[in-house]
Design a protein around this ligand. Structure first.
Ligand SMILES: [Zn+2]
Ligand SMILES: [Zn+2]
Length: 132
């Protein structure tokens, strides 16, 4: 999705150019699936990451919960190789602030796609695998 490239993904403010905002990248533990099109104005970015304190590996940057690589959202500035991890509730909280995320995620049912013990697709209840 690139149609919002020049608007802040959070408040929708029109940015005068990529240098006017902060580009960011996120993925669910698999860098090849990253979304590198994130763009936020400086004010929104500062607001989003203000509470992020725990930069240590294996912990949610927001609440400090222990999270595994595949059970967290990896978020970083485009120009900064160090990424934060966010646990599921905090990832939902962040992602739902993005205008590019539609429909909004439901914290009650959100699962990271590759986390151990989770099913492949959310909302696949009722679709039993039929043996041939
Ligand atoms: Zn903004
Ligand atoms: Zn958290």
């Amino acid at each position: 999705m690139t149609i919002n490239n020049l608007c802040c993904d959070i408040c929708g403010r029109l940015l005068t150019g990529p240098r006017d905002g902060v580009r960011f990248v996120y993925h669910p533990g698999k860098p090849e699936l990253r979304d590198a099109a994130g763009l936020a104005c400086q004010a929104c970015w500062d607001d989003a990451v203000r509470e992020f304190g725990h930069a240590g590996k294996g912990r949610c940057a927001s609440c400090g919960a222990v999270v595994s690589r595949l059970a967290s959202l990896h978020l970083r500035r485009y120009d900064d190789p160090q990424s934060w991890r966010l646990c599921a509730p905090d990832a939902v909280g962040f992602l739902n602030t993005l205008r590019t995320v539609e429909p909004k995620l439901d914290p009650a049912t959100f699962r990271f796609p590759f986390a151990a013990g989770t099913r492949h697709v959310a909302g696949d209840e009722g679709q039993d695998r039929n043996p041939e």
